[in-house]
Ligand binder design. Sequence first.
Ligand code: PLP
Length: 367
Amino acid sequence: MNIKVPEYVKKIKPYPPGKPIDEVKREIGVEKVIKLASNENPLGPSPKALEAIVKGLGDLHRYPDGSCFYLRRRLSEKYGWPFDGIVIGNGSNEIIEMVLKAFASDGDEIVVPQPSFLMYNLAATALGLVARPIPLRDFRIDLSEMSRAVTEKTRVVFINNPNNPTGTVIRTGEWEAFLKSVPKDLLIVIDEAYIEFVKSRECISGVDYINMTGPWVVVVRTFSKAYGLAGLRVGYGVMHPDVAGFLNRVRQPFNVNFLAQVAALAALDDDDFLEKTRQLVWGQLEYLYREVEALGLSYLPTEANFFLIKLPVNSHQVYKRLLQRGIIARAMDSYGLEQYLRVSVGLEEENRLFIENLKEVLEDLEC
Ligand SMILES: Cc1ncc(COP(=O)(O)O)c(C=O)c1O
């Protein structure tokens, strides 16, 4: 192709998406597919969100409210944080992108844990930024090393709490020491996409640390996981209003669609659904841990709605064989964890079928 493409764009490895369920069904000729690959809510969307969507359908000829007024007002009440410090995104992915667009430019650096959510690197590379990956220590984000990696070129540090794919959390002591050790003009994005699933009392919540003096903490949360609205694309950031002001400069005027706004607003108050989701995930994790151990495998205990299973072989082999049986999990080779399979917690029956099939696949592979 004779079109000029920036070198940094040529370097990007596109995000590896999960396969659409219907496509998997067609390819392998099965009726039922179980998707445990994208950490979605197996219960479906919040019923209150569905009701709000049905009510909103008649207004689709209008542009959405570009300021997301009602959703921001509700979030502002929930967190007791100024309305102007809340930004809504087309998924939390868009908040991540907006932070980078607003605060970093060509050649600047970001510090990221590795492995962690791939989007931090991807969004940075697409903007010509340089990502400094800091390896996990014992599968946990190593905040002391991340702090040491900060230079005067660093604009943003990304932290994922709990971390995808390891499910580990940040503890109060290490977090507070980290905040003290970094420059006051640094932006720290703490991505809490899975925070609703955390049980540990040691885990910090980023919203308790957004202050008015820097380092500038931006807390990112989403409606895609515990609230069951991944298909609508809606997430948000909580931050100092001045920081939000810069995000709003790079934000598209109608970045969040109308149905996403009304559904998220309704889901936010659906406490019963959130609690049902948490109880399902916690109960099923206990079942999955027991069964994985019974297969003679080890796993990483998680604080999220997914966990890592260590396999005796390269996880891609197991992934492919599970796929042939209609079960989609996530091989972790693209995260540099070749022997690990990431599995999202599904419904009781889905988890039972996953374990049954994993057992047979391992027998086929003679492990
Ligand atoms: C850690 C983390 N952050 C953010 C996201 C993106 O979520 P959203 O659907 O809100 O863009 C994901 C999705 O998998 C994730 O794992």
